[in-house]
Design a binder for this molecule. Structure first.
Ligand SMILES: Nc1ncnc2c1ncn2[C@@H]1O[C@H](COP(=O)(O)OP(=O)(O)OP(=O)(O)O)[C@@H](O)[C@H]1O
Ligand SMILES: [Mg+2]
Length: 267
């Protein structure tokens, strides 16, 4: 990948001193004859929480699949720290520090909790010193994951438990803990609280706040507008694959968002 600290994308008269952490330019995705996403452009700054709202089928998960390397866009481009970047597989996004909680969670049910926390992140050095580093890395990872799980008030006493034996909420918590532990640049959350109890939902919002304070950007897909209005700096509305509005939090109300989501208010 090219140098990540190339700030040449900044226009000279722009007040920002840094390129956005992530910039989407005209992203589109078609599946056969169906346009799932069309001409979506936005920028994301470090430490910013951008909520993404829209009806079922609006294209939210499609956008996240492009940003997480699970889908290749049909049109447009993606810039990471001002550098055009092509994600061909999820590991490419992982490599630049983008971690994702998928709507379908994407946990391997036959693996135990600890192995799921490591899924897809094998350390390449395996011999000699590499093995030692890997061991240290694993121990830190399990400790970090335990902390993240405790942070959202979910108790999983034994990380060796097979994942299929856990409840839906516990599985969701594991997916969140995994992503929070691994994100360095951006955290993408697709309906992260859908399976969680009231207390755990609140803790996920607190966790998002802590992640943002570390300068990590967050994209939160949610149908829960009160949560969105509480935590987001900006709110992007997708309708039928198009970005119809991006509002600052103080411009947004539940009524206005519903009008934009359903098409009652023209963008
Ligand atoms: N792999 C795929 N193949 C074909 N069509 C797809 C695929 N993925 C998504 N679509 C279609 O793209 C459109 C957008 O879907 P997407 O999953 O992005 O919606 P969403 O906004 O996440 O909806 P929800 O709120 O229900 O999760 C839908 O019409 C969907 O059927
Ligand atoms: Mg979705």
């Amino acid at each position: 990948m090219a140098a990540l600290h190339d700030h040449s994308a900044n226009a000279p008269d722009e007040p920002r001193t840094q390129a956005p952490i992530l910039r989407a330019e005209g992203l589109g995705k078609t599946y056969g004859g169906l346009t799932a996403l069309s001409d979506v452009s936005f920028a994301l700054d470090p430490g910013e929480v951008l909520a993404l709202v829209g009806d079922n089928g609006a294209g939210k998960s499609t956008l996240l699949s492009i940003l997480s390397g699970n889908a290749v866009p049909s049109t447009g481009r993606l810039l990471i720290d001002g550098t055009e970047t092509h994600f061909r597989r999820p590991a490419d996004a992982t490599e630049v520090g983008i971690a994702t909680v998928y709507q379908d969670l994407a946990l391997a049910l036959d693996l135990n909790v600890a192995d799921n926390l490591f899924l897809g992140r094998e350390v390449s050095l395996r011999r000699g010193l590499g093995r030692w580093i890997r061991w240290l890395d694993s121990s830190k990872m399990v400790a970090d994951a335990q902390t993240a799980l405790q942070d959202i008030h979910i108790r999983i006493p034994d990380l060796r438990t097979e994942t299929r034996r856990l409840s839906g909420g516990q599985r969701q918590a594991i997916a969140i803990a995994r992503a929070v532990t691994w994100c360095r640049r951006a955290l993408l959350l697709d309906e992260p609280t859908a399976a969680l109890g009231v207390e755990q939902q609140r803790e996920v919002l607190n966790l998002i706040d802590r992640v943002r304070r570390k300068g990590i950007a967050v994209i939160l897909v949610s149908h829960q507008l009160p949560h969105v209005l509480e935590i987001a700096d900006r709110i992007a509305v997708l309708r039928r694959g198009r970005l119809v509005a991006v509002l600052q939090r103080d411009e947004a109300t539940t009524e206005r968002l519903i009008a934009l989501i359903t098409g009652l208010e023209a963008a």
